[in-house]
Design a protein around this ligand. Structure first.
Ligand code: F3S
Length: 365
């Protein structure tokens, strides 16, 4: 892989050991993927923030890297706790302590402690064609598809390395030829709300791994967010929608049709119970518009709403900095949840071993 003079100096350790390690990682990644060179990035989004997902090994890794500073705007995925209000929940002191340690390491590196999976709603909004290095599948799919930015699906570690170097290897989704649609999806299902879009994405992610181009749908921003998140459960990093997304390319596509039966199938597949302890909304984190809609609904039910801390002024009772998947719900006495997100339903069942009901919000509330 071609390296500039400055990149070679970084690799030789002339700028210090920390950035050298980050560069070694990026160069290895580039060589495995046959990248021609590196490309500058506008921002990074780092995942692997919750103690629940990275554990003690993750803390040791971050301790080692915490002396490095990031060179570009870098935002952070949700942590395992609400960093201010964790006392309201049954979380062990040791979990809280370790989580705070992780956050401090990220802070030392110059990373914005945003703790949200919707960085594009809180100020990290890439431009069309901009190269970025984001980890967090839902945000990667949204950025590639809706914004027209260019990101591979980085791991937490590679996103961090790219943030430290300010560059990423030029391969995969950074190249125009890999962004063409391969599958034409005619949607004949009657999609009425966010959960239906979530179910649509999940169905495609479970059965296909080509870039889909949808026809016959005109989703809102929140529905695009839901579709991005569930498509990200599989290997898909981008979608196109005729008349909606900025990039429409690729022809001679394989054709399929998705009707009400396929959507219904997803609701059934992802639901394992009728009784649950709480309703969880906000996977991905709720936008202001969703919060506005939720505020209008009067319900006696126990609803936990997850969103970015920036929205606290508008919805004080929400839970910030964390989410239903990366917080230790299973250790907090919760056995079952209901959600309008296919992604949350999938991971709460498979990662946290919870009982789950997946249904549209109208039905749940
Ligand atoms: Fe975000 Fe957590 Fe869902 S990180 S996309 S709310 S699983």
């Amino acid at each position: 892989m071609y390296l500039t003079k400055e990149e070679e100096k970084i690799l030789d350790g002339e700028f210090g050991e920390g950035i050298q390690k980050a560069m070694e990682l990026i160069v290895a990644l580039g060589e495995i993927n046959e990248a021609e060179r590196l490309v500058s990035i506008g921002s990074a989004q780092v995942s692997g923030v919750s103690y629940k997902t990275i554990g003690d090994a993750g803390i040791e890794f971050l301790k080692d890297w915490s002396k490095c500073k990031v060179r570009v705007l870098t935002t952070l995925n949700p942590a395992g706790i609400d960093l201010e209000n964790w006392k309201k929940f049954r979380i062990s002191n040791s979990f809280v302590e370790k989580q705070k340690k992780i956050i401090n390491y990220f802070r030392e590196m110059g990373i914005l402690i945003s703790c949200t999976c919707t960085p594009y709603l809180i100020g990290n909004l890439p431009r069309f064609g901009e190269h970025i290095a984001w980890a967090e599948s839902s945000a990667v799919v949204f950025a590639n598809s809706v914004l027209g930015a260019r990101s591979n699906r980085e791991s937490g570690i590679s996103a961090l390395a790219c943030a430290i170097v300010g560059k990423t290897p030029l391969y995969g989704m950074h190249l125009k030829e890999n962004r063409e649609a391969e599958l034409l999806v005619k949607v004949s299902a009657d999609l009425r709300e966010q959960a239906d879009y979530s179910a649509l994405g999940y169905y495609i992610a479970r059965h296909f791994n080509q870039i889909p181009r949808f026809t016959n749908i005109t989703p809102t921003l929140d529905e695009l967010k839901a579709l991005s998140a569930s498509l990200g459960i599989g290997a898909i990093n981008m979608f196109q929608i005729e008349g909606v997304t900025p990039e429409i390319s690729g022809d001679g596509l394989e054709k399929i049709e998705i009707g009400d039966r396929e959507i219904e199938e997803v609701y059934e597949e992802l639901s394992s119970c009728e009784d649950y302890d709480i309703i969880c909304v906000g996977c991905p984190h709720c936008s202001l518009e969703e919060l506005r809609r939720l505020k209008r609904i009067k319900t006696e039910k126990k609803v936990w709403v997850y969103t970015a801390r920036q929205n606290k002024w508008f919805f004080e009772n929400a839970i910030f900095d964390t989410c239903m998947v990366v917080s230790p719900l299973e250790d907090m006495g919760i056995e079952g949840i209901a959600t309008n997100s296919a992604k949350a339903a999938f991971y709460c069942r498979n990662l946290s071993n919870l009982d789950v009901k997946f249904a549209p919000i109208r039905e749940l509330l």
